[in-house]
Write a protein that binds this ligand. Structure first.
Ligand code: PLP
Length: 380
């Protein structure tokens, strides 16, 4: 048997999205052209833009299609910091934001032990840097712990102390479970990525509010309102629009079902390991992600054994090399290196079944027992 519990890394493609991608791939025109084949492509592109805008609560002309979450995040940070040079973000952002902020010598704001941004520290930074701040970037929900960030407080502070700054939120993990349009209300820039909610990989969008003055990173043909040159990935865009429609239409049902499965998973594992507590559980959390620290064990060993038994999970965010460094998110929450080096993220998705969860509880329980016994560690 196999159980895929790595939906925060990527999700299986939704049938409606796949169908949209196949249909779109049969259109041969380039949307920038002027003949009939090009116009058919342009029509589908603009229809998809309208659909995405509607679901994100913005106008179609405020949706910029990109190659995914990483590009959207980079555009949001680097496109905002030309005149006011300081980028400010939380210390638990995905590397797509974090490394862009670091590369621009920006500022990072710490989080509490429960994984929510420290609003006092944010206020101090904003007071110190004032109008030098070009962008404030705080994610909607963390990809390792699922902790939902207090975005309306972030927005209030940013507008009070740094009124010239653009406010960005990385909402990549949110569709299917959170009301992105509502939670991102008032933000200038919002990132999403198709493959996190049943769309294909390699396509995303950045909401760019009309008045933002964002500057392009990619220069060329001037596509996407001069903000992202390059021939758009029409099949991916049409599929992402279809996936977002599905995710939003079914959000309430998804939340109920996924929350039930997550509770079942947490109950099953806490029955086996009574002392075990999910990271971030004291904060509001998205219903799909559960993250544990098995201090003294090694994430790589845990994942290898789970993989051998057909349970697919991860240790936090995945990166291209597959190498596992102790998670910067867990370290920022005050976990020790020993704790962070034994982290395990189990993320449920809309296609997960009760059987998947039952199987995962057994396998995770047995793997942890076996590795802990080897190292003489007692759990719970
Ligand atoms: N932001 C967050 C919160 C993510 O979880 C991810 C992917 O894991 C990204 C950005 C990057 O998105 P993409 O894989 O589409 O480049």
């Amino acid at each position: 048997m196999e159980a895929y519990l790595d939906n925060a890394a990527t999700t299986p493609i939704n049938p409606a999205a796949l169908e949209a991608q196949i249909q779109a791939s049969q259109i041969i025109g380039n949307p920038s052209g002027s003949h009939r084949a090009a116009r058919a492509a342009k029509e589908l592109l603009e229809m998809s833009r309208e659909r995405v805008g509607l679901r994100l609560g913005v106008g179609a002309s405020e949706v910029i299609f990109t190659s995914g979450g990483t590009e959207s995040d980079n555009l949001a940070i680097f496109g905002s910091i030309r005149d006011s040079p300081v980028a400010l973000s939380s210390a638990i952002e995905h590397h797509a934001v974090l490394d862009a902020v670091r590369a621009s010598k920006g500022r990072l704001v710490g989080v509490s032990s429960s994984g929510a941004i420290d609003l006092n520290q944010l206020e101090d930074e904003l007071k110190d840097w004032g109008d030098s701040v070009g962008v404030v970037s705080v994610m909607m929900a963390n990809n390792e712990t699922g902790v939902v960030q207090p975005l309306s407080e972030v927005l209030k502070l940013a507008r009070k102390y740094s009124p010239r700054a653009l406010c960005h939120t990385d909402a990549v993990q949110a569709p299917s479970y959170l009301d992105v349009a509502e939670l991102a209300r008032g933000f200038d820039l919002v990132s999403i990525s198709g493959h996190k909610f049943g769309g294909p990989k390699g396509v995303g969008a950045l909401v760019v509010k009309k008045s933002s003055g964002l500057r392009a990173m990619l220069h060329g043909g001037g596509q996407e309102f001069e903000l992202r040159s390059g021939t758009p990935n029409l099949g991916g865009i049409a599929a992402m629009a279809a996936a977002l429609d599905e995710a939003e239409t079914n959000r309430e049902g998804n939340v109920r079902r996924v929350e039930g499965l997550t509770q079942m998973l947490r109950r099953g594992l806490s029955d086996r390991f009574p002392a075990l507590k999910p990271n971030g559980m004291e904060s509001p959390q998205m219903c799909s992600i559960t993250n544990y620290c098995f201090a003294g064990l090694n994430s790589e060993e845990i994942l290898f054994k789970l993989d051998s038994a057909g349970v697919y999970a991860s240790a936090g965010s995945s990166c291209a090399s597959g190498a596992l460094n102790p998670s910067h998110v867990l370290l920022a929450m005050g976990r020790s290196k020993l704790e962070a080096a034994g982290s395990l993220r189990l993320s449920i998705g809309v296609t997960t079944t009760e059987e998947d969860v039952e199987y995962a509880i057994c396998v995770v329980g047995d793997v942890i027992d076996e590795l802990a016994a080897k190292k003489g560690i007692a759990w719970g």
